[in-house]
Each structure stands twice: as C-alpha cells, then as structure tokens.
Design a protein around this ligand. Structure first.
Ligand SMILES: NC(=O)c1ccc[n+]([C@@H]2O[C@H](COP(=O)([O-])OP(=O)(O)OC[C@H]3O[C@@H](n4cnc5c(N)ncnc54)[C@H](OP(=O)(O)O)[C@@H]3O)[C@@H](O)[C@H]2O)c1
Length: 348
C-alpha cells in the first residue's frame, strides 16, 4: 500500500526541512490478541500538527512514522469474529488514544495517531483499536467527516447559549470547527484573523457576530466596541495562538472567565499577567477530548446537521506538497482533505 512517511531532512534555511515521502509499505496486520479493525481509508485531512512535525517543532518526533491523525474509511477485517459485523461499515477514527471519559484529562498515557508507535492515517490502510471507531454522521461525506476529529477541541471552554466567545485565528481548521460548534450552541462568537476576507466569511457563512484583525495592535479595544451592550464582556477565549493572548483579553473577560488554549501557533508559551490572577481567570490547556466526548461531538454534529468548513479536497497523496505549501502560508479557510482511490482494495 502507499503511505506518507516522515524522513529526516537536512536542516537548512527552509522552514520545513523534514521530508514526507510517498512510499510503498506493507499493509498492517491485525493482532488476534487485541480488539482491532483494519480500515481501508477513504479520506484523510491535514492538521497544523504535520507542519510542526516537519519543522522539527513537535515533541516525540519519530522518523519512519506514517503521518496523519484524521481519517475516515471502511472496515475491511476484524481481529476477532465477535465483531465481524463491523466489516463494510464506514467509520471515523478517534485519533487520541488513552483517554476514555475523565473530563479533566487522560486516564492513561495519551498519544495521537501519526507518530510511532501509533501509525497515522496517511495511508491506504490502517489498524486501530475497535473502541476508537465510530459511525460517520449520516449527513456527512467521507471528506467532511475526515475534517472533524483533531479539529474538534472546545469542551474545556464549557460554552453555554448566550455567552460571548472569542475564537482566535479564524482561518485555522480548528478555529473554524470551533466557530461552527459555538454558533450552533447558541453562543455569540467573535473572531480574530490576519485577513479581513476571512473575518467576512466567518460572519457571512458561519454566523460569527464580528471580528477584528489581530495584526492591529489595538484589536482588543476594537473588539470591545463590538460586544453587545447587555453583555459587554467575553465569557471565554478559545485560542490557538498563545503568546500575549491572556494580557490582550484580560480586560475583556468576565471575572472567572476561561482561556482555553489548544495550540500556540504564534509563540510557544502564554504570558499570564497578575491582572488575570486578580480576576480569577482560568487558563486551560486542551487537547481534543476523551473518547466519550468524541462520541458526543459526533452526535452533536449529526443532531445539528453541522458541516465542517473545507478549504479544498484533492484526489490522492500525490498532492501532498501543494497542501503543505498552503498550510505553511496560512492560505486556507477550513480543512485540507485528500480523498483516496478506492479501486485498489487489496485481497486480504
Ligand atoms: N490541542 C489540540 O487538540 C489540537 C488539535 C489540532 C491542532 N492543534 C494546534 O492548534 C494550532 C492550529 O491548528 P490548525 O490545524 O487549526 O492550524 P491551521 O489550520 O494551519 O491554522 C493556523 C491559523 O493560525 C492563525 N494564526 C497564526 N498566527 C496567529 C496569531 N498571531 N494570532 C492568532 N491567530 C494566528 C492563522 O489564522 P488567520 O489565517 O485567520 O490569520 C492560521 O490560519 C496548531 O498550533 C496546532 O498544532 C491542537
């Protein structure tokens, strides 16, 4: 089968120096001692995580890993007969292993698909535990469902209807998925972006109430003027940028407001000022969520008929360089997805 494999590159001036090679590798095998399923992947989606890995800025990088966390496919075989009824079902994979249901964090060692020892989804086939697969919401195509998993990270902000929520860097895949969810919950979403056209699209297509350009130094002041008179504060900030976000939003947040940080695209640390301590602001780190939350997220998507925002769909792994280029330059508005050919199902 074909797979996108990480190879050590030569460090030079280029920003992404580790290579990703499209290579022939053996189809993975099922271990009869574990409850596992073999999946023929139909669609996979990219995350900024793969960019960090290629830049050498992600913890635990292992060369020869098959990359990729997000994937949708058809169950081809099972390790035991007891659940052979799953064969033929279309499923989406929960990419975070080791976190069953504790709302605070993983119960055991947590790991995300796409770095060894967990092979990723950027392959024709993958083997995953039976417990980590879920039916695809019926209204979604494979490409749309593949755009969900890693981007669905917002539970820590505990968003309630009517609240005001700031989502930073709205061009990002996670930010757009969060915006989709926050709007459907009935909360008021505000966004930041470096690109006015992305703010416009977030308002017109995804129901954001307003937005400001984070490249303008005075953006927190501008944002304040957009908040409603009867609720002139933010209840939470869902942030993927890091750096100064706490200092920038402390004046806007209500006492006890939440900053839920899922990434640090801008600076790999957050400065937490004394003014935030005095205001009882809660700063929370957030990876996707538990398996239980993943299932709840899928049910919510199905119930509200949510469709993830997709920036582009390509056919086949040959388009990988183009996708990395777009992601590295931040040109996307939504998720970048590859659909895989289905005419090469191997006889098992
Ligand atoms: N914790 C988790 O479970 C989890 C899951 C997935 C990703 N992540 C992390 O979250 C981050 C975003 O991931 P992604 O896949 O959504 O990335 P992405 O699609 O590549 O989007 C990155 C976005 O970051 C925004 N950005 C860049 N500099 C910024 C700044 N100074 N202030 C505010 N926004 C800024 C840009 O928004 P504009 O284009 O609007 O300017 C850009 O589009 C990455 O660091 C990734 O590693 C974490």
């Amino acid at each position: 089968m074909k797979a996108l494999v990480l190879q050590k590159g030569v460090k030079n001036d280029e920003s992404m120096y580790h290579d990703v090679i499209l290579r022939e590798v053996p189809v993975p095998t099922l271990n009869p001692n574990n409850d596992e399923v073999l999946i023929k992947l139909q669609a996979v989606s990219f995350n900024h995580r793969e960019v960090w890995i290629r830049k050498g800025l992600y913890p635990g990088i292992k060369f020869n890993s098959i990359l990729g966390s997000d994937g949708v496919g058809i169950v081809q075989a099972t390790s035991r007969n007891e659940f052979s009824h799953l064969v033929g079902q279309k499923v989406v994979i929960n990419p975070g292993f080791g976190w069953e249901k504790d709302p605070k964090g993983p119960e055991s060692k947590y790991a995300i698909l796409g770095l060894l020892p967990l092979p990723g989804t950027f392959a024709d086939y993958t083997v995953v535990p039976r417990a980590e697969i879920f039916p695809v919401p019926k209204h979604l195509s494979s490409a749309e469902a593949a755009a969900l998993p890693l981007a669905a990270t917002f539970v820590k902000a505990n968003v309630q209807p009517g609240e005001n929520v700031l989502i930073t860097g709205i061009g990002g895949g996670v930010a757009l998925t969060v915006l989709n969810f926050v709007s459907r919950i009935g909360a008021n979403a505000y966004v930041t972006s470096s690109d006015e056209s992305k703010i416009k699209k977030a308002i017109e297509q995804l129901g954001a109430k307003g937005g400001v350009n984070y490249r303008e130094e005075e953006w927190p002041t501008l944002l304040k003027t957009l908040l409603p008179n009867d609720r002139p504060f933010l209840d939470s900030v869902i942030d993927g940028a890091g750096g100064e976000i706490a200092s920038q939003t402390v004046k806007l947040l209500r006492p006890g407001g939440i900053i839920s940080c899922y990434g640090m695209t801008s600076v790999p640390a957050i400065k937490f000022p004394m003014s935030a301590v005095l205001k009882n602001i809660e700063l929370k780190g957030s990876t996707m969520g538990s398996r239980e939350e993943f299932e709840k997220m899928l049910n919510f998507v199905e119930e509200k008929k949510i469709r993830p925002m997709i920036s582009g769909v390509w056919q086949g792994f040959e388009h990988t360089p183009e996708i990395f280029e777009i992601m590295n330059k931040g040109k996307q508005f939504g998720k970048l997805v590859i659909e895989l050919p289905q005419n090469n199902v191997q006889k098992l």
